[in-house]
Design a protein around this ligand. Structure first.
Ligand SMILES: Cc1cc2ncn([C@H]3O[C@H](COP(=O)(O)O)[C@@H](O)[C@H]3O)c2cc1C
Ligand SMILES: O=C(O)c1cccnc1
Length: 575
């Protein structure tokens, strides 16, 4: 079969115009000829060993569709209950199925026994049977689009529950896997963008992030270079000016919103618009790593506590979880450098660059390449979390001994001495503190880090979580997404990030001021005013999370507070 002129363009038009449709189905029945062409397209799909493991069950019965819709509704409620509060609010407005509205349902199944024992290619990869069926679904979907039929793939079913119902009601054999339930029908219109993108639930990733050139992680443009280039052009002035002008017209006395107004201005600057979008949902990314300098006795806690606390975060039992639940935020742990292997778990991003740093009093804590890899991991974490629909990022840290490299970084970037920057971390006695000051001084004397070389400084006296956090702060700013900074570890990372790209700090809000002396110095150097000052010295993201409602209120004030004009409130007379 040869292709004709125009086929390529037609194919790409159909590919781009295909939508996953959950809303806007109309009653018009699907005629048999169209349906036949669509099913033929599905049946023409490639399959493992040419096993063609698919079957198509056509469901028109309103009664059966109603029962299926009830199953899906139940799963929807379970999913909603599992979400952090701000995500759940967003989810409440989304449609996930149109089982009753679409006049036709197509159940697409996979028969893992089709073709007998010797299906070529399935002997090594049994999942290939189901993957083949997914290819048939995609063919069906594209052909349906070409026939002006909408398709929505519903997976809000527990697989066994769905199979059991279909077994009872239509005699579906129980050795089959249900790969897809498709809602099919004519639609009022095809949306230009995916419904979930329009709703802001998630965004499309640029193709370049997904393409690796020869070596994993090598993209046509290096993520760090790409981020720094984007930040060079970050102009927040127009949005800031719009917010300042709007503030003068809001029904509050001039200046009375104090620091809250300043946060609003920052958000508007970053968004390039006033009012800025509501900064929710929020997610805290807890960057975790271990430290070679632990061997020098700078903390009374054993190194294992880092991994144990990560397990506690993932189990939901730490301070960060309690505070995140309070403000409705999600918790993600990013392992950039924990000393031991961590088991895969929901909420854990495995991005280990190495198993802990080297002892900075003996040699550089990391190589420059390792520091760069951790920066990249941080940038990519920010990209992931922003494209997943988060509108506010929050920093956190976990790493026994990490207040020591934090002090060294703050000393390097501010010029302050070891005795000024070195605090008591988790709470250490005088003897340990004296040793810690000496260790910081020793590392600084050994490396003489140059603040004009932020990568070298991070590598010499930083931690993997500091480098990861620095990347995260840059990545978020490049995507014009605000970040709330936690304590001294985030502050030290922010100094490195600001040295790499000064404009990035426009995206940052200091969540709180910790009792660590280096944190105060870092905030002063960054020109950031802390939102809260509660005497916290935990890390993990705790202080930053508590500031999230203040940040949200700042955005909401710009959106919701009436102007003198609109409310008919008389303005003050000239003095
Ligand atoms: C149980 C426990 C929970 C923590 N959560 C945060 N950190 C905080 O304390 C550590 C840094 O302090 P230092 O430099 O004195 O070791 C980091 O892990 C930081 O996240 C904790 C520390 C401990 C012991
Ligand atoms: O204030 C902080 O950020 C801090 C203090 C002690 C230990 N870890 C973090």
């Amino acid at each position: 079969m040869t292709l004709r002129d125009g086929d390529r363009d037609a194919l790409h038009r159909v590919l781009r115009a295909r939508r996953d449709v959950r809303t806007g189905f109309v009653d018009t029945p699907v005629d048999d000829e169209r349906l036949h062409r669509v099913l033929e397209a599905a049946h023409a799909a490639p399959s493992v060993g040419f096993s063609q493991p698919w079957d198509f069950l056509l469901v028109r019965s309103p009664e059966l569709r109603d029962e299926l819709a009830q199953l899906a509704e139940h799963q929807r409620q379970e999913f909603a209950a599992s979400l952090p509060a701000a995500r759940a609010r967003r989810f409440a407005g989304l449609r996930v199925e149109a089982i009753r509205e679409a006049p036709l349902g197509i159940v697409v199944t996979c028969d893992p026994t089709r073709g007998g024992r010797h299906v070529l290619g399935r002997h090594t990869q049994p999942r290939m049977a189901a993957h083949s069926v997914a290819g048939a679904v995609q063919n069906l979907w594209l052909a349906a689009r070409a026939e002006e039929l909408g398709v929505g793939w519903v997976s809000f079913f527990r697989e066994r529950e769905l199979a059991a119902l279909l077994g009872r009601r239509v005699g579906m054999p129980q050795h089959l896997e249900v790969v897809a339930y498709l809602c099919v029908g004519h639609v009022a219109e095809f949306a230009a963008e995916p419904e979930l993108a329009t709703a802001g639930w998630a965004h499309r990733r640029p193709l370049a992030w997904a393409v690796h050139e020869e070596i994993w992680g090598h993209h046509r443009m290096d993520p760090l270079d790409e981020t720094l280039a984007a930040l060079a052009d970050l102009d927040t002035a127009p949005g800031e000016a719009a917010a300042r002008e709007h503030l003068t017209r809001m029904t509050v006395p001039p200046g009375a919103l104090g620091g809250v107004a300043e946060i609003g201005v920052r958000l508007a600057g970053l968004a390039g618009a006033c009012p800025p979008p509501l900064p929710e949902p929020a997610v805290v990314a807890v960057f975790a790593g271990d430290h070679g300098v632990h061997a020098r006795g700078v903390t009374p806690w054993p190194q294992e506590v880092t991994a144990q606390m990560v397990a506690t975060f993932l189990a939901g039992g730490a301070a960060v979880n309690a505070f995140a639940a309070t403000v409705g935020a999600e918790v993600q742990v990013v392992d950039v450098g924990v000393a031991v292997e961590l088991e895969a778990a929901p909420g854990l991003l495995p991005r280990k660059v190495r198993a802990g740093t080297r002892d900075m009093t003996v040699e550089p804590a990391m190589t420059r390449d390792e520091a760069r890899a951790a920066l990249r991991a941080g940038i990519e974490a920010a990209r992931d979390l922003v494209t997943a629909g988060n509108r506010l990022l929050v920093t956190g840290d976990m790493g026994i001994a990490n207040t020591t490299p934090s002090a060294a970084l703050v000393a390097a970037f501010t010029g302050a001495g070891a005795e000024t920057v070195t605090g008591r971390g988790t709470g250490i006695d005088d003897a340990t503190h004296a040793r810690k000051v000496a260790v910081v001084a020793e590392a600084l004397a050994l490396h003489r880090p140059d603040p004009a070389d932020p990568l070298g400084t991070l590598a010499a006296v930083g931690g993997l979580e500091h480098a990861g956090l620095a990347g995260f702060l840059l990545g978020a700013a490049a995507l014009r997404t605000p970040v709330v900074l936690d304590g001294v570890v985030s502050g030290a990372a922010a100094l490195a990030a600001a040295a790499l790209a000064p404009t990035a700090s426009h995206a940052w809000i200091a969540g709180h001021r910790s009792v660590e002396p280096a944190h105060t110095l870092a905030l002063e150097h960054l020109g950031l005013a802390p939102t809260l000052d509660l005497g916290l010295r935990v890390g993990e993201g705790t202080g930053a999370l508590l500031a999230v409602p203040v940040v949200t209120a700042a955005a909401r004030a710009l959106a919701d507070v009436a102007t003198f004009d609109a409310a008919g409130v008389t303005e003050k007379e000239l003095e």
